[in-house]
Design a protein around this ligand. Sequence first.
Ligand code: AIR
Length: 448
Amino acid sequence: MVLNSHISIVLYPQRLYLTHNLCKNSATVRELQIYYAYCVKFANFYECAASESVTNTYNKIKNKHITSGHRVGIVGGGQLAKMIGLSAMKLGCEVVILEKTEKTPSSSLAVDTLYGDWNNPSNLLNLAKKVDVVSLENEFVDANSLKVLEQAGHLLYPTSTTIELVQDKLIQKQALRDAGIAVVPFAAVNSQEEILQLADKLGWPLVLKARRDGYDGKGNITLNNATDIDDAWSKLNGNNQKLYAEAFCHFTGELAVMVTRGLDGKMVNYPVVESVQKDHVCHIVRAPARIDDELSDAMIELARKAVKIIDGVGTFGIEMFLSKENQIILNEMAPRVHNSGHYTIEACECSQFENHVRAILGMPLGSTKMIAPAAVMINMLGEEQGRGYPVGIEKALAVKGAHIHVYGKTTTNIGRKMGHITALGSDINEAEQIASKAASCIRFGAQK
Ligand code: AIR
């Protein structure tokens, strides 16, 4: 079958082969649709001698937007969108954001910001019409709303199918378990009674979790015994929100791996990192993790497998536990750039953010190699309610080697992620000393 003068399809049992004047690739039907859409939208990138239809479509894009580079749409405008946006801008792209409220961290860099409910398909379509490819900075956007974008022929990465598999943590755990990945025992709980029944099977403590929309400690409560159930149930709004519970993992360490997977299925991974969490919120990330090569290789293999299972395109964060028995257990995966990868901005040849942009544009992925022996990232959290700009930043900036990121949120609150600091060093201790010294100067929301 010939799609146009430059792209033709040859059908083999179960596989399709896409032939193009410059590209020869084996592809599934879905991949083929995607590839075709890319050839049309990014005709210049593939350097194809574009057919009339390709030229017409590309000209429309050019007229609508800018004369070079691409427009990336991001659903959500927080710090993750800001850092993706900065990388996109570095590559000459423009960024358009869809957010619920005004004055988010990314509003100052976006060429255009649309406001509205991101679960409303018409808002998503308005965003998609303004850009070449849509991506996400959070997993809260409803997969069914996202499907509408794909049905209308827009490019979305990660796809709605990937988001569907990940955004409901119960479905995510089931998908991973079914694919043979070790996860802690878990079950849906539809009543307080069912939590007690699960505790009979798994023992205490249990972790009660919201199936959707939890992050940074919101949506997770550890239950130490039966008397904790009532309070946790009402805090997580169990009567109206779907919950599940899982066995508490008595881990010896929490580790994470960032993986970027391209449109062609090629993957790159960053080193395994150690993360220190307090109250389910990430506080410190140390790279690389101080573990032996065998364990590190096994964790990387698991992380890559997990991203493949959900057919991910873009950057993904995979959080793991190391059990007392040295077993690797996948805790959670995020279909987006992740806090465990913020250190890559300064510490790696190509950051998690830039690799995300490269992946969703169908471009070659960059090197994930660290440029220093060690790096440490410390999160800066709000101490109490107050304004979003910190006190003490001038002192922190005087600390040599500290890379300071202030997200630009208008207000702060207890535990809210307001910024982070990364330092490189010849070893973890050296990097951590620098990062801690700078972090101790800065305070968000607290009076000096
Ligand atoms: N985020 C998304 N999922 C998890 C996290 N941490 C980031 C996104 C989102 C922001 O946190 O960038 O926009 C929301 O932070 P806040 O402080 O406004 O709740």
